[in-house]
Design a protein. Structure first.
Length: 578
């Protein structure tokens, strides 16, 4: 961590303490729990019967600035466990006592004081409250379970952001404002793409336009995978738990799985990953080394338990579709196949407007299957493959899948946010665990290497990322409705129907707007719906056998002859080809 980053983290930690101090001065009945610095800011969790309001945040923020201005000294004192418990018992701070009881007995207990306001904390902190400055802002209130466990009581979490300078704060607040405008949940509603409801938490209700976008993504990926030599399969959503025990999922990933007791008293699980099902397809029939590499793709719906508080639109759901593929190959083929995956994923991201892509190498996690020898071999193979590609990558220790090391492909969007999407994993564990093998050139049976690979990752999440990246103004080839035909008067409806049929027959997603409204109203309404093109028809256009074309976001209009209309839309609206 750089000196600046370290200083900023300490500053934000102090802001969390000063906020808690301000809250307790204003609302003395409030108990405090934890208040760490986080990326771009800080938060503190409070126990209080009455909910905090946005007006309360303004008052708390003003009190924080008073505390900063007081230039209070920040000190700490080491307590024995017994004295620390007594100290916080006297203050009726029950959450602090719970925290103390969870701290190892050999760990030193510190209480930091901002002036005379105390908080149990490891530190470090600044020397005086004035060093925090005033470049901070409280941003929102949310619910948060104590210790993140939904079986515990709900607390109130106040979030804030803090920076070293006012300019940095202003820039970040502008970023938040832009991010809010781009929120895919808001855009999903405005553009009539999808919705969520309580009866199916974490699952998407796709509307017609949203499903058109979703199918466009699948059709694009299906074509790219076919061109790259993949065979597509489909496997069951529900399988007996014994398969998940063999694969290691139930042991290492069971907390995220849905299981059910069926009528015949067998236990089934909704699949959280596609890989075990793919191995079952691979195992049908004898495989030879001549059959490898075998590239198998699947648009598989997977189901994972996420706490209700963690669900977030399309970005965090309980049911989603992965553009999964599994490459069965020999150890000698790992490098070449990994290079091909890297080339494919970077080419695909470029088609969607993402050229700033970083790669992270994630090695063995604490919770994993397989011996250290297998992990040594897997990590060495993936590193050699990465070095062969010549691509730069950074290390992300301990974040591999439970069955193998992985590459993570991270996209940077239009406003600078990073999104981890695609992955590539080298797996020397699962084929052996599930009995997958091939006959080698010496006649012996061997287990293949299994490369797990997803490029969009979750199609639902990738859709959300696209909507936010483009602020809803999708490239014409992706737009659910690519063009609207708007006649100026009803006398031109027949001409509109003719143009509509011509473009539809050419594969363009087009609709007519025949409402009895002024053309300016139609233009405004369809611009708000982010339709890329509007085809305006008047009497002059009918006489000339032409149309007037308006492009979203541009003032200029263009006259196009009807005979040339197909060529124009074929060039502007068709899926990228390779």
């Amino acid at each position: 961590m750089s000196d600046k980053a370290e200083h900023l983290e300490i500053l934000r930690h102090d802001c969390a303490h000063i906020m808690a101090m301000a809250v307790q001065e204003l609302f003395p009945e409030t108990q405090v729990s934890i208040g760490p610095p986080i990326e771009n800011g800080f938060y503190y969790d409070f126990a209080r019967d009455k909910p905090f309001t946005l007006d309360d945040l303004e008052v708390i923020e003003a009190k924080m600035k008073e505390i900063v201005k007081q230039d209070l000294e920040i000190t700490y004192k080491v307590f024995s466990r017994k004295d620390a418990i007594k100290f916080f018992e006297d203050k009726n701070e029950t959450y602090k006592i719970k925290i103390i009881n969870d701290i190892p007995v050999d760990e030193e207990l510190k209480v930091y004081f901002h002036g005379d306001w105390p908080d149990l904390c490891r530190g470090p902190h600044l020397n005086r409250t004035s060093e925090v400055g005033t470049a901070f802002k409280l941003t929102k209130v949310a619910g948060a379970y104590w210790r993140g466990d939904s079986s515990n009581e709900m607390l109130q979490r106040i979030y804030g952001t803090a920076w070293e300078t006012q300019k940095e704060l202003d820039d970040y607040l502008l970023f938040l404002e832009e991010a809010e405008k781009r929120d895919h949940r808001k855009l999903g509603k405005e553009l009539d793409l999808f919705h969520f409801q309580e009866e199916a938490p974490g699952s998407v209700f796709w509307h017609s336009k949203g499903w058109t976008l979703f199918r466009t993504l699948i059709n694009y990926m299906r074509k790219r995978q076919e061109d790259a030599g993949y065979e597509e399969i489909n496997t069951p959503d529900i399988m007996d738990k014994s398969l998940w025990e063999l694969s290691g999922h139930l042991e290492k990933f069971g907390d995220n799985m849905f299981t059910t007791e069926a009528r015949e008293e067998r236990v089934y699980a909704l699949k959280p990953m596609n890989c075990p099902g793919c191995v079952q397809v691979y195992k049908q029939g004898i495989k030879s080394y001549r059959d490898l590499p075998l590239r198998v793709s699947e648009f598989g719906k997977v189901h994972r338990y996420e706490p209700s508080g963690a669900l977030h639109g399309l970005m965090r759901v309980r049911a989603f579709t992965q553009d999964d593929a599994h490459i069965f190959c020999t150890e000698d083929q790992i490098t070449e196949e990994s290079k091909k995956v890297c080339d494919l994923v970077l080419s695909i991201y470029k088609d969607f407007g993402f050229e700033n892509v970083s790669i992270k190498f994630s090695d063995r996690p604490e919770k994993r299957v397989g011996s250290d020898d297998i992990w040594d071999k897997s990590e060495k193979a993936l590193k050699e493959a990465m070095e062969a590609t010549g691509l730069e990558y950074s290390l992300n220790p301990g974040e591999g899948a439970f069955y193998g090391p992985k590459l993570e492909f991270v996209l940077r969007d239009a406003i600078g946010r990073e999104w981890q999407c695609g992955t590539l994993q080298v797996d020397l564990n699962m084929p052996e665990r599930l009995g997958g093998n091939y006959v080698s050139n010496d006649g012996a049976k061997k287990n293949p290497v299994m490369l797990h690979r997803a490029l969009f990752g979750s199609l639902e999440r990738f859709t959300g990322i696209l909507l936010e990246h483009y602020a809803g103004k999708l490239p014409a080839w992706l737009a659910p409705v690519q063009a609207i035909i708007a006649p100026i008067t009803s006398e031109l409806n027949e001409y509109a129907d003719e143009i509509n049929e011509q473009l539809k027959n050419n594969g363009i997603r087009v609709q007519t707007d025949l409402r009895n409204e002024k053309i300016s109203y139609k233009i405004r309404e369809n611009s708000l719906k982010k339709v890329p093109y509007m085809i305006i028809l008047g009497k002059k256009e009918l006489a000339e056998r032409s149309v007037t074309l308006r492009t979203l976001g541009k003032e200029d209009q263009e006259k196009i002859n009807v005979e040339k209309l197909n060529d124009f839309f074929e060039k502007e609206c068709m899926m990228p080809s390779h």
